[in-house]
Design a protein around this ligand. Structure first.
Ligand SMILES: [Ca+2]
Ligand SMILES: [Ca+2]
Length: 241
């Protein structure tokens, strides 16, 4: 038996092991390195140990897999982004978004009716307070906007049709469980105007006890006001909250 024959037999053994463990490129590479310790190994033998191009093919396949996964992630991200845009709510400039509703704190002072007209010109109306959370948001907001105690804001509440029957601007009656009148208000005080007080305003600069900061007032009094309108879905990029 010549030296070349011995080497050939060793290499054949390695080849069978290599076939068993052909899974990774590293293991195949180490098998070939062991074979190289036994020269002379012909070029043909080396080729037989490792089927030509097999590791290259698996490398290309895994690269394709990674690429496909990346493309998949990109498509999923774009789809998610599209959904966000569709459900994104926005308000115009000068309006503040809160709980799906846009609010405008109008600091121009005017009568209740003129204030309401201004809100309607902007696509909204004087605010209707539907819940405790909304009252909490507005009460806290006004503390920062009021300059002095009487610097209150009109809201969309009036009893001008029938004294004592308070209605919101959408015609709905004031919910008995959602009233935030201050102390003995509404008192329909006639000291300032003989017609009494038929419009609602709100705000306590120092903060209201248990959120109670509604007052009835003569509708002709000039006051700041709170407008409200429904937020619209944005079709273009916008900040979502
Ligand atoms: Ca009244
Ligand atoms: Ca009053």
């Amino acid at each position: 038996m010549t030296e070349a024959d011995v080497t050939y037999a060793d290499v054949k053994f390695n080849k069978s092991r290599a076939r068993e463990n052909v899974a990774s490129e590293e293991s195949t590479y180490s098998e070939v390195k062991i074979s190289n310790k036994h020269p002379p190994v012909s070029a043909n033998c080396a080729e037989n140990i490792q089927p030509p191009g097999s590791s290259k093919r698996s490398k290309v396949t895994s690269e394709r897999l990674v690429l496909l996964v990346l493309i998949g992630l990109l498509v999923a991200s774009l789809a998610a982004l599209g959904v966000t845009y569709e459900t994104c709510l926005k308000c115009g400039a000068g309006w503040e978004l809160h709980g799906g509703t846009c609010y405008k704190f109008n600091t121009n002072k005017s009568s209740w009716t003129e204030s309401r007209d201004s809100c309607q010109d902007l696509g909204g109306d004087l605010v209707k307070i539907d819940g405790r959370e909304e009252q909490m948001f507005l009460e806290e907001k006004l503390r920062g906007l009021m300059e002095e105690a009487e610097d209150k804001f009109w809201i969309g509440l009036t009893d001008s049709e029938l004294e004592g029957r308070w209605l919101w601007v959408d015609g709905s009656p004031l919910d008995e469980s959602l009233k935030f009148w201050w102390n003995k208000e509404p008192d329909d005080w006639k000291g300032q105007n003989p017609a009494g007080e038929d419009c609602g305003r709100m705000g306590e600069k120092g903060g209201a006890s248990d959120l109670k900061c509604w007052f009835d007032r003569s509708c002709n009094d000039p006051h700041k006001s709170i407008c409200e309108k429904t937020a619209v879905s944005g079709q273009t990029s916008c900040v979502c909250v």
